[in-house]
Ligand binder design. Sequence first.
Ligand SMILES: NC(=O)c1ccc[n+]([C@@H]2O[C@H](COP(=O)([O-])OP(=O)(O)OC[C@H]3O[C@@H](n4cnc5c(N)ncnc54)[C@H](OP(=O)(O)O)[C@@H]3O)[C@@H](O)[C@H]2O)c1
Length: 323
Amino acid sequence: MSEGYTVAIVGAGLVGDRLVAELRRRDFPMKELRVLAKSARTAVLAGETFEVGVAEPDAFEDVDFAFFAGTEGEKGAAVQLADAAISRGAIVIDNGSDFRLDPKVPLVVPEVNAAALEDHEGLIANANCSTTQMVVTLAPLAREFGLKKVVVSTYQAVSGAGRSGVEALENGREDAFPRPIVGNAIPMIGGVGDDGYTTEETKMREETRKILSLPELPVFATAVRIPVHTGHAESVYVETGREATLPEVLEALGAAPGVELSEDVSEFPTPIEVAGEEGTYVGRVRVEGTAIQYWCVADNLLKGAATNAVQIAESLVGARARA
Ligand SMILES: NC(=O)c1ccc[n+]([C@@H]2O[C@H](COP(=O)([O-])OP(=O)(O)OC[C@H]3O[C@@H](n4cnc5c(N)ncnc54)[C@H](OP(=O)(O)O)[C@@H]3O)[C@@H](O)[C@H]2O)c1
């Protein structure tokens, strides 16, 4: 295929695998797809065999879009290599947390704040997986009723911690989580800060505020790892600015882009059912005055990572075509 973009994926882990799958499933226009990682080898991603190259500056020559899905931090792929990719002309879409709160970097969930893409400087951040599915559901409530406060408890799959998390569930690997995960529930995702909140909980607060452009919004999260392979679930409590009725809330959620709503209270989404699906699934909606409660579930590797990243690229391609 000679038409389309040259695309690089940095990271051949769980998100890298899903990025290949989503680029193919959504038929993103590509003339070349490169996979880069720490070490070169032959690897199968999403059923396709790749000669994985070493992630180094020159590997980004001629790349139009670089999806980063490596590790985070000072020695991580994005911190080390995003500038090299951008200076060679690539647009970087980063799945990690290193740049999400940088004021110069748009943090984008396309159903919610695609307009933020207009001001990018070559780097766009994908949100944390738990944040992404939550803001897809909060955005229509913010528009219709206003938001006063959000309280959320998460039930997060082991694949959210990458291959090592899956190995902890499947093979008893011991270094992925602070306690055994099999038969357990662990209310500690990431390190804990001086305020008592974990890094995952702080990400949910700060990223939600940035994406919704509500910098003061109170967001209280408790993030919990559970022994589920794929699919994060959340119990969300929202206090709204004006009183709402159940039909109004169902209408707002049902019409929201990206939301798949179960209106019947006896129907509810679960991680097993949504794994492999691209949407954000909502059920168990309850409303009382200014209090709204619901259950939401999404595939953390898809809407929480790969699907959202590809949607960002699609939005940029659409904007180019319109320009
Ligand atoms: N899992 C999720 O649900 C999820 C959701 C949202 C965001 N994220 C973020 O997405 C990223 C990838 O997550 P994952 O679950 O796919 O992790 P993973 O399964 O552990 O895979 C990580 C991959 O990154 C590669 N890598 C690490 N450091 C690198 C570097 N400096 N240069 C190039 N490649 C490097 C590794 O290469 P080798 O194979 O050569 O070691 C490996 O292939 C993380 O930043 C994570 O926080 C994950």
